[in-house]
Design a protein around this ligand. Structure first.
Ligand code: PEP
Ligand code: MG
Length: 875
């Protein structure tokens, strides 16, 4: 087995073996770009390392030795040779990039002897000793597990002693003193000397990279981003180049297009006279890449050329790391850049226009889950803002919340239902849980590529970073801007698109779809075969849904109309009626109201199908709470209240109790209501048809779909269908208007799914109510499961996903597939859709496409997500 590949032996498509970084270093090497030579230890080696109980697999070390010898020969340098020491970096490289999650060691190969050689050879002792102390610091931190602050304290102390502000004001002698103190820390913390043998250093570093695959931050990151735990990481060992040898040196990161907006321009930052991690760590605030043009025009030209070449080669926006050593440019990394949804759309659309990618590829470049970002709020431009500071616009969207300074506290408060903004000098991978829990993130240091910025963009959270005007005082849990003091618990707002930091809460507005977004969705519509409808209960929702591109309504829940304040008393009268006459009186009052509802919705969706479901929920949802009634009754009794009122309340309580059920979700609901009280369904059908007749008369094209919920047997459906049809005939007779309609049912109970072929004979359409179908198939209460036992099921990985959010393909999906196959056997053209929450969830949409549904239906705001997901399912 081959465990080690030199860069020239690899290729971009060997990502799963070489990791993202290794595969791309190989690709860059092979297309002739200036890449410092090196090699990659495979993810395979990492997996075997874990299988063997954290031991290098047999043969790996021998291969590494061979490659080191090759590297020594290539560069004319030797590990541990004071007259030309080989120095390397050791970095992790996961298959799916995990920024900031894994560890890096630079300058490996330095020791007490080689540093002397390096100082003499370079003629720059200050630099050489700085390299050595950085190496001890990084190695101490990531390999030996010594806490960072131990080293920081020494550095601060040295600067204080010398009365200087910046690291680069320290001299070679200062660094030598620092090195001695660092070595003392290593001795004190580990009980051993800092390892002097470069080979020992190398293997310890490789071991640490493998180990870091299982560190807490990496595990958390994988959980959040749903990255499999068994991929393992590769290790890249690469000859060092130095960006910190003087002012003709530097290091930076750049995106070939703006990762926030997608604008086509080189976008990035660099620091002169700095080493790798200085930029990403966000410790010094770097300068925009355009300034490089002024300082090193030749290097800049070459860099621009390489950026274009890489973008065309990969046909995607690249995120590039580079170093300039004594005026020579070196490429250290390239990968497809992370971007906001807004940028993803613009880049995809413009790359089609530029002829770089096809429309189909463009469709796949945007993560439908990420689109939520665009359906994010922003600050109302008309609002009066008390802007107190401005930082970098690191991740778009706006948020208000109470200020917290610590990730744990952010998590706690958010669990108590508070909206929080996490504020800090910078963030580190240890803060991830706090970032997840926050509405937005504000940092006082670091650039657009700092940890806070990168992670917030990935999460789609607003972030303002590098806001140097705010001075954070952790001790007193407050920050100040001039003489404004903002304490923990105060409310601020941030605008991640402008960088503004605002005192107090501000009014927000909902977004609209950009021109590029419309264009992309139009392509999605051309490509997809799965229809997209919306769930909407009001004319306003219907209009919004249309605006977002819905091709009809997949579910109108009529009960929502029953809940309105002015209707509830009539609905209660209907439910509690003592005799048929009284019920008829209540229904007569409801009829014109319902007709008005349907008229509005059908009109808003004219020309498109509208599926109207007859009454579904258990009746007690419309009735007063029994406990509260009982309390009122005892009070009336105690205070000797009016006898008539008391009697009325007691009567009411009796009814409420007689209607109450132990298991209302499995009780008197759905079409069971239609079976027991046909007059209710008849009234609703009449309202639908009268509205239809009116609209047809007014010249609109409307064709309602009347839907019967919670069916378990074809006989139920046959009975209710006949009821609906006879009402339709009556309305046609009475109005003299001819109209079309269809009757169908929801599939929400396993029995209905199992008997789909029979039920199909009485239906023109099916719609999967996967909320109930999930509830009834798993036997999980949709109202209780999430609060009670879902978490352990997910943590113990008994279920991979919450089945109420992501469709349970294995169980519920099997029933759906069975339904589709058997129903279409008897009725090949049966219209089949889905209207449960899953209809707007991308991976569930993909499944619906696969099993041949005609459409998905989801909330209006998710319609664009579903359109894109449906197109992706097709390509
Ligand atoms: C369903 O059960 O999936 C459904 C759409 O109906 P409701 O959520 O109203 O029960
Ligand atoms: Mg349902």
């Amino acid at each position: 087995k081959k465990y080690v590949y030199t860069f020239s032996e690899g290729r971009a498509d060997m990502k799963s073996l070489l990791g993202g970084k290794g595969a791309n270093l190989a690709e860059m090497t092979n297309i002739g770009l200036p890449v410092p030579p090196g090699f990659t230890i495979t993810t395979e080696a990492c997996k075997e390392f874990y299988l063997a109980g954290r031991q290098f697999p047999a043969g790996m070390v021998e291969e590494v030795e061979e490659k080191i010898a090759w590297l020594e020969q290539t560069l004319g340098k030797k590990f541990g040779d004071p007259n030309g020491p080989l120095l390397v970096s050791v970095r992790s490289g996961a298959v799916i990039s995990m920024p900031g999650m894994m560890d890096t060691v630079l300058n490996l190969g330095l020791n007490d002897r080689t540093v002397i050689g390096l100082a003499a050879g370079s003629g720059n002792p200050r630099w050489a000793y700085d390299c050595y102390r950085r190496f001890i610091q990084m190695f101490g931190d990531v390999v030996l597990g010594i806490e960072h602050h131990n080293f920081e304290a020494v550095l601060e102390e040295q600067k204080y002693k010398r009365q200087v502000q910046y690291d680069n004001q320290l001299t070679a002698e200062d660094w030598q003193q620092v090195i001695e103190k660092y070595k003392f820390i290593v001795r004190r913390e580990t009980g051993s000397e800092f390892p002097q043998d470069p080979k020992e250093q190398l293997y310890k570093a490789i071991y640490a990279v493998f180990n870091s695959w299982e560190n807490d931050r990496a595990i958390v990151y994988r959980r959040i981003h749903k990255i499999p735990d068994d991929l393992g990481t590769a290790v890249n060992v690469q000859a060092m180049v130095f960006g910190n040898m003087g002012d003709d040196c530097g290091t930076g990161v750049a995106f070939t297009r703006n990762p926030s907006t997608g604008e086509k321009m080189l976008y990035g930052e660099f620091l002169t006279n700095a080493q790798g991690e200085d930029v990403v760590a966000g410790i010094r605030t770097p300068r925009p890449i355009a300034k490089l043009q002024e300082e090193m025009p030749d290097v800049y030209q070459q860099f621009v050329r390489i950026c274009t070449l890489l973008e065309n080669h990969y046909r995607d926006m690249q995120d590039i790391e580079f170093t300039i050593e004594r005026g020579k440019l070196w490429m250290l990394q390239t990968r497809n850049g992370k971007r906001t949804a807004q940028a993803a759309i613009r880049i995809a659309v413009e790359m089609v226009d530029e002829g770089i990618i096809s429309k189909e590829t463009a469709i796949t470049r945007v993560d439908p889950g990420q689109l939520d970002q665009l359906l994010h709020r922003r600050i109302d431009p008309a609002a009066q803002l008390n802007v107190i500071a401005k930082g970098l616009p690191a991740s778009p969207g706006s948020a208000s919340g109470t200020v917290v300074f610590n990730a744990d506290r952010a998590e706690n408060l958010s669990q108590q239902g508070q909206k929080v903004i996490l504020v800090g000098t910078e963030t580190t991978p240890d803060d991830i849980h706090g970032m997840v829990a926050s509405q937005g993130i504000l940092t006082s240091r670091g650039g657009m590529t700092s940890h806070a910025a990168v992670v917030a963009r990935g999460m789609g959270k607003p972030c303002v970073c590098g806001c140097e005007a705010i001075k954070i005082d952790y001790e007193n849990k407050q920050f100040t801007v001039g003489d404004i003091v903002v304490k923990e618990g105060h409310v601020i707002s941030i605008d991640g698109s402008t960088g503004q930091v605002i005192l107090g809460e501000v009014p927000m507005i909902e977004p609209e779809l950009s021109a590029e977004f419309q264009k992309l969705l139009q392509w999605a519509d051309e490509i997809r075969t799965l229809g997209v409808r919306a769930n909407a209960d009001t004319p306003e929702d219907a209009a919004k849904a249309r605006e977002f591109g819905a091709e009809g309504i997949g579910l109108t829940r009529t009960e929502h109309m029953f809940m309105a304040q002015d209707r509830l008393p009539i609905v209660q009268q209907m439910i509690l009626a003592a005799d048929p006459e009284e019920r008829a009186a209540a229904l007569a009052k409801l009829l014109p109201m319902q007709e008005g509802d349907f008229y509005g919705i059908l009109k808003a969706m004219a020309g498109l199908p509208v599926c109207i479901r007859l009454l579904d929920p258990p009746l007690h949802e419309f009735l007063p709470n029994g406990e509260e009634l009982a309390v009122e009754i005892s009070r009336l009794k105690l205070t000797g209240g009016p006898a008539a009122e008391l009697q009325q309340k007691e009567e009411l309580l009796r009814k409420v109790r007689s209607l109450s059920e132990f298991n209302p979700m499995l009780g008197h609901r759905g079409c069971r209501l239609g079976i027991t009280w046909p007059e209710v369904y008849a009234m609703q059908a009449r309202a639908v048809f009268q509205a239809t007749a009116r609209l047809v008369q007014e010249g609109y094209r409307v064709e309602p779909e009347v839907e019967i919920p919670l069916v378990i047997d074809v006989k139920e459906l046959a009975y209710l269908r006949q009821l609906v049809e006879s009402v339709a005939e009556e309305v046609k007779q009475a109005t003299g208007v001819a109209f079309h309609y269809t009757v169908g049912t929801m599939i929400e109970v396993p029995r209905a799914a199992l008997l789909a072929d029979e039920i199909a004979t009485q239906a023109e359409f099916f719609s999967f109510g996967t909320n109930d179908l999930t509830q009834t198939t798993l036997g999980f209460s949709r109202d209780d499961a999430e609060g009670k036992f879902m978490q352990p099921y997910l943590e113990k990985k008994i279920l991979a996903e919450n089945p109420f959010i992501v469709l349970d393909r294995k169980g519920v999906g099997k029933l759906m597939q069975w339904t589709v196959e058997n129903a279409r056997r008897v009725k090949p053209d049966l219209l089949i859709g889905i209207c449960g929450e899953h209809g707007g969830e991308p991976s569930s949409v993909e499944f619906c496409h696969r099993i041949g549904l005609n459409y998905v239906s989801c909330s209006p705001y998710r319609v664009p997500v579903a359109r894109l997901a449906a197109a992706q399912a097709k390509v």
